[in-house]
Design a protein around this ligand. Structure first.
Ligand SMILES: NC(=O)c1ccc[n+]([C@@H]2O[C@H](COP(=O)([O-])OP(=O)(O)OC[C@H]3O[C@@H](n4cnc5c(N)ncnc54)[C@H](OP(=O)(O)O)[C@@H]3O)[C@@H](O)[C@H]2O)c1
Length: 250
């Protein structure tokens, strides 16, 4: 029996991961979380198709108690996870007046806080609570969906302070976690992934300069990254990989 947790699965890339893992039979059970998973039409459709193989649970990465509750519930039903995919992320949020900064004057503490809470602290706290389910003797993958713009070495354009900074912090946490997991969950491969530009709500306002053949449908992006993850070996743990399997510098 193969079990996945897809965190941030109500839409976009996370929903596409949940779909692909169920449809292609890679998983017998997918636990799909988001703040309000019952409000997701995409998850409704998946539930109709897959019944009990899909378990929807509410998890807000900024509310640690909700993470703990989902971990408890998952542990009550399963003794291990084979995939832990942290997908939730935020780039812009009109409710918070949050948008990527083009210049220093646009930097706002509220946006910085939100980006770091969701993009950086979120995946780390999820890992903290799900560690017991990763400590087993079968291969597993813990993937934190990151973004190339979080690479410090690759930053040539500047701007996007909150998003870039939070993804850089997420990447450090992923690398750090991989080092700890080597000892505490040695069969778990822990990586940061860049999906490319994916046609989702997150990227919608920023797709203008993306060539059509470089804008992935969520289903294709999920498939690309699942292929990358399937090929990872223990020596790849602690790495940062793009959708085509190429390593990205930190
Ligand atoms: N799209 C791109 O071009 C692109 C490029 C590079 C990297 N990425 C990364 O890929 C990941 C997925 O992005 P996407 O494009 O699929 O975005 P999306 O369509 O906007 O989906 C974001 C997901 O995150 C969840 N989420 C947001 N805030 C949350 C919170 N506080 N607690 C729990 N879940 C929360 C949302 O669920 P609810 O709002 O329903 O709770 C939703 O499921 C992100 O980490 C993003 O940074 C995307």
């Amino acid at each position: 029996v193969r079990i996945a947790l897809v965190q941030g699965a109500s839409r976009g890339l996370g929903l596409a991961f949940a779909e692909a893992l169920l449809r292609e039979g890679a998983c017998d059970r997918v636990i799909a979380t988001s703040r309000d998973p019952d409000a997701s039409e995409g998850l409704d459709a998946l539930a109709a198709e897959h019944g009990d193989a899909l378990l929807r649970l509410p998890l807000d990465v900024t509310d640690e108690k909700s993470i703990a509750r989902v971990a408890e519930r998952a542990a009550a039903e399963h003794d291990r996870l084979h995939w832990l995919l942290n997908c939730a992320g935020v780039l812009h949020d009109p409710e918070l007046d949050m948008a990527p900064e083009k210049r220093l004057e646009q930097v706002r503490p509220e946006s910085l806080r939100r980006a770091f809470e969701v993009n950086a602290f979120g995946p780390l706290l999820v890992a903290r609570h799900f560690l017991p389910l990763l400590r087993h003797d079968e291969r597993s993958v813990l993937a934190n969906v990151s973004a190339r713009v979080g690479s410090i070495g690759d930053d040539r354009l500047g701007g996007w302070y909150a998003y870039r900074g939070s993804k850089a912090a997420q990447n450090l946490f992923t690398r750090n976690l991989a080092i700890e997991l080597r000892r505490r969950a040695p069969r778990c491969i822990c990586v940061a992934l860049h999906p490319g530009t994916v046609d989702t709500e997150l990227s919608k306002p920023f797709q203008r300069n993306v060539p059509a053949d470089r804008l992935f449908r969520p289903a294709d992006a999920a498939r690309n990254l699942l292929r990358v993850m399937e090929r990872l070996g223990p020596e790849d743990s602690g790495g940062f990989f793009a959708w085509d399997g190429q390593p990205i510098r930190w």
